[in-house]
Design a protein around this ligand. Sequence first.
Ligand code: GLN
Length: 193
Amino acid sequence: MTTIGVLALQGAFIEHEKALKALGAQTREVRLPEHLEGLDGLIIPGGESTTIGKLAAEYGLIEPLRTFAQSRPTWGTCAGMIFLAQRLGQYEQPLLSVMNIGVNRNAFGRQLNSFEADLDIKGLEGGPFHAVFIRAPVVTDVGDNVDVLATLPDRQVVAVQQNHLMATAFHPELTDDLRLHQYFLHLAQEHNG
Ligand code: GLN
């Protein structure tokens, strides 16, 4: 059985666990370095990236999470995407810095705190994916080894993959569409199989 960890320091981790369980995967809440042992993959949820970073530093998780993400399937959603990124404009906060992307936090401004959009996602069959954005970041630059999976109609990049790493600016765990969780499960199974 595939076991996926969900970083459970803050944010929308329970919704990710529900989606994974609905797909038949086993889940484990990660709060301490030893919880990473034996996982097939890890999801870093949305929430507040500054809080997640601060708590991760307090619990001695930064280095263990970084080591995990360097070689094991890891998916960051929203704040999780920020936490995975190597480059972050004007903010100073703890990052894992494992994905070759630059991101801009709260990219859509105060007027547009949250919005929804139907996205065509590379590798997903069955039509557009209804994506919920909440004070979302955007990917501002993409390294050569990074694949763009989805953009908004104005071409802003909102989903990327770099080998075993994935990042989405929106919250797939807040809708009933399980296709992205399924995609990540396949990634984890292929990587470990
Ligand atoms: N705005 C949050 C941040 O900067 C991310 C929001 C979210 O995860 N929904 O960390």
